[in-house]
Design a binder for this molecule. Structure first.
Ligand code: SF4
Length: 247
C-alpha cells in the first residue's frame, strides 16, 4: 500500500510495519482487557503459527501509527494496557520507539515474543510491564518446530533475560502431538522452572489461523504431562483459548 507521509510523523512512525490492531483482546494479557498492536515480520516458520500472514515484512497494511494512537485514545479508560504482538514484534527496529510512545500516552505495555532477537529484547525489557514468552520446545527440539537453525540458542538466551529482568511474565508452550513429544514438552517446562519462571501455561493447539493442512487435528495433552507440569510451578494453567490471534 502506498501512503503519503504525514509531515509531522517521526521517521520511525513512517517505517514501523503495522500488521493489525485489535481493540478488544481478552486473552493477550491474562486478567486484562487490552488493545493489541500487531507488527509484521518473523524470522521463524513455526509449524503451528496462528498468524502466518504476519511472518513476512512486506508492505504495511492500511493502518498507520497516527491511526493506532487515535484508536488507543478512544479506548482510554476501557483497556488495561496495550500489547505488542506479531509476528515477532522485536523483528521491527521501531518497536522501542513505539513502546515509548504508548507509555508516554499513559498505557501499561505488554509484549509477546518468542525471543528470536535476544539483544533487542534486552533493550525493551526495562520498558515493559508484562511479557508473554512463547517457548517452542526443549532446546534440542527447537529447529523442528521453528524450521530455523540456531533458534534454540536464541530462545534460551532470551528466556534467561526475561526471568532475570524481573518483569512480570508468563511462559507458554503450545501442545500439539506432532510438534512435540510429551517428554520434550516436559523438558521445556523443566527448563523454564530451572530458570525461575513463575507462571507457566500449556496452551492446546487450535487450528484457527494456521495454514490449511499444516498439522493434523489437535489432541489433548496427556493427563500425566499436565499433572507433572503443574507440580513444577506455583502458577500453572492449561489453556484452551487462543492468545495473540490477529483479527
Ligand atoms: S508462531 Fe510466532 S515465532 Fe513462530 S512463526 Fe509464527 S509469529 Fe513467528
Amino acid at each position: 500500500m502506498f501512503r503519503i507521509q504525514d509531515p509531522h510523523e517521526a521517521p520511525w512512525q513512517a517505517r514501523i510495519l503495522l500488521g493489525g490492531f485489535d481493540a478488544c483482546a481478552q486473552h493477550d494479557w491474562p486478567g486484562r482487557r487490552v488493545a493489541t498492536i500487531y507488527l509484521l515480520g518473523c524470522p521463524w516458520r513455526c509449524v503451528y503459527c496462528h498468524n502466518p500472514g504476519l511472518q513476512r515484512r512486506g508492505a504495511p497494511r492500511a493502518l498507520c501509527w497516527s491511526d493506532v494512537m487515535a484508536r488507543l485514545e478512544a479506548l482510554r479508560g476501557e483497556i488495561g494496557g496495550v500489547v505488542f504482538s506479531g509476528g515477532e514484534p522485536t523483528a521491527d527496529r521501531c518497536l522501542p520507539d513505539a513502546i515509548e510512545a504508548v507509555r508516554a500516552a499513559g498505557f501499561a505495555v505488554g509484549l509477546h515474543s518468542g525471543g528470536a532477537y535476544p539483544e533487542r529484547l534486552a533493550a525493551v525489557l526495562p520498558r515493559l510491564d508484562w511479557i508473554g514468552f512463547d517457548l517452542k520446545a526443549d532446546y534440542a527440539g527447537y529447529e523442528a518446530v521453528t524450521g530455523t537453525p540456531g533458534s534454540g540458542a536464541r530462545a534460551s538466551r532470551s528466556a534467561r533475560l526475561v526471568v532475570s529482568s524481573g518483569v512480570a511474565h508468563e511462559f507458554r508452550l503450545t501442545w500439539h502431538h506432532e510438534a512435540l513429544s510429551a517428554d520434550a514438552a516436559l523438558l521445556a517446562a523443566h527448563f523454564a522452572h530451572e530458570l525461575g519462571a513463575r507462571r507457566f501455561v500449556l496452551q492446546v493447539f487450535r487450528a484457527e489461523g494456521v495454514a490449511p493442512g499444516a498439522l493434523a487435528m489437535a489432541s489433548a495433552p496427556p493427563a500425566a504431562l499436565v499433572a507433572q507440569m503443574a507440580t513444577l510451578f506455583d502458577d500453572f494453567e492449561l489453556r484452551t483459548d487462543i492468545c495473540g490471534l490477529a483479527p
